[in-house]
Every structure is written in structure tokens, then in C-alpha cells.
Ligand binder design. Structure first.
Ligand SMILES: [Zn+2]
Length: 161
């Protein structure tokens, strides 16, 4: 039975990583053929520990995650957001690997965050444009004053007349 423990140790460590030399691997495989206990142990280990990593199924992102993301975005903007609509559309298309949803929601939050920043920049730019527009209106009014007082004549005509 002590031998079995040693083989099980090998299964848990080196064999699964294919780091056993050929003789040790041969010994282990021979033992697995003879010993149903170790065989069962090996099978269980392989199915429960090794396989999930090798055959991780791709699963769709849970609907709640999308809803949470969408809700956060809508709460942030208090109105219809093109990003939220985009997520609604993407939601039917994108399938993330099992471990990715958390990362994906971070990525989408980042995306949404930068989109919000973008919107703010646009709003700031619009505010700035309006300011400049007002300034240009004022300067246009200033510039138009002299010609009004000259009744359509240019300064040169005014000088000579
Ligand atoms: Zn055994």
C-alpha cells in the first residue's frame, strides 16, 4: 500500500505534467493496470482536476452581468446611451470563455467610462464653441459699427470726400 501512495503522489505531481521519465511512467502505467484503486484515483483526478482546465467550455455571459452593466451606464447618463444599445446588440453575439465575464465587465465598464469622458469632452467643446461664437458675434458687431456710421463709404472715400 505504501507503493500506492507513492504512485498517487506521482499522479498528482509529475505524471499529469508529463514530467516523469520513461521508466517511472512505465512503472506507474503498469501499476495502474494492476491496481484498480490507483486506477480509480487516476481517473478521478484526471476528470476533476486536469480536464476542466483542458476542456473549459465556452459559456455565454450571464444576462445579469449585461443588465448590471447596462443599468450602470444608464444610471450614469440618465438618458438613452448609444453604448447601452450597442451592448444590447452585442449581448446576443458575443460568447466569452468561462473565466472571462469578470474581465469583460471591467473592460465594458472601462469602455463605458471612456465613452462618458468622450461625451463630456464633446460637451465641453460645444460650450467652448458657443463661447467663441458669442465672442465672434461681439467682434463682428464692433467691426460693423464703423461702416454703419460711414453710411457705406470706405475710410479712404471718407478721407477724400
Ligand atoms: Zn495502487
Amino acid at each position: 500500500m505504501k507503493k500506492c501512495e507513492q504512485f498517487k503522489d506521482l499522479i498528482l505531481t509529475d505524471y499529469i505534467d508529463a514530467e516523469l521519465d520513461r521508466d517511472s511512467a512505465g512503472n506507474l502505467e503498469n501499476h495502474l493496470l494492476d491496481c484498480s484503486d490507483c486506477r480509480a484515483f487516476f481517473k478521478e483526478f484526471k476528470n476533476n482536476v486536469a480536464m476542466p482546465f483542458q476542456q473549459a467550455p465556452h459559456q455565454p455571459v450571464p444576462a445579469e452581468i449585461w443588465d448590471t452593466i447596462k443599468k450602470n451606464i444608464e444610471d450614469e447618463n440618465q438618458r438613452t446611451n448609444p453604448i447601452a444599445d450597442l451592448i444590447d446588440r452585442l449581448r446576443g453575439l458575443i460568447v466569452f470563455p468561462k473565466m472571462v465575464p469578470v474581465f469583460a465587465s471591467f473592460a465594458l465598464m472601462f469602455l463605458a467610462g471612456s465613452a462618458t469622458l468622450e461625451t463630456m469632452h464633446v460637451q465641453q467643446a460645444q460650450a467652448k464653441d458657443q463661447g467663441e461664437y458669442l465672442v465672434s458675434l461681439l467682434s463682428t458687431a464692433d467691426a460693423s459699427n464703423p461702416s454703419d456710421s460711414n453710411s457705406g463709404s470706405t475710410p479712404i472715400e471718407h478721407y477724400f470726400l
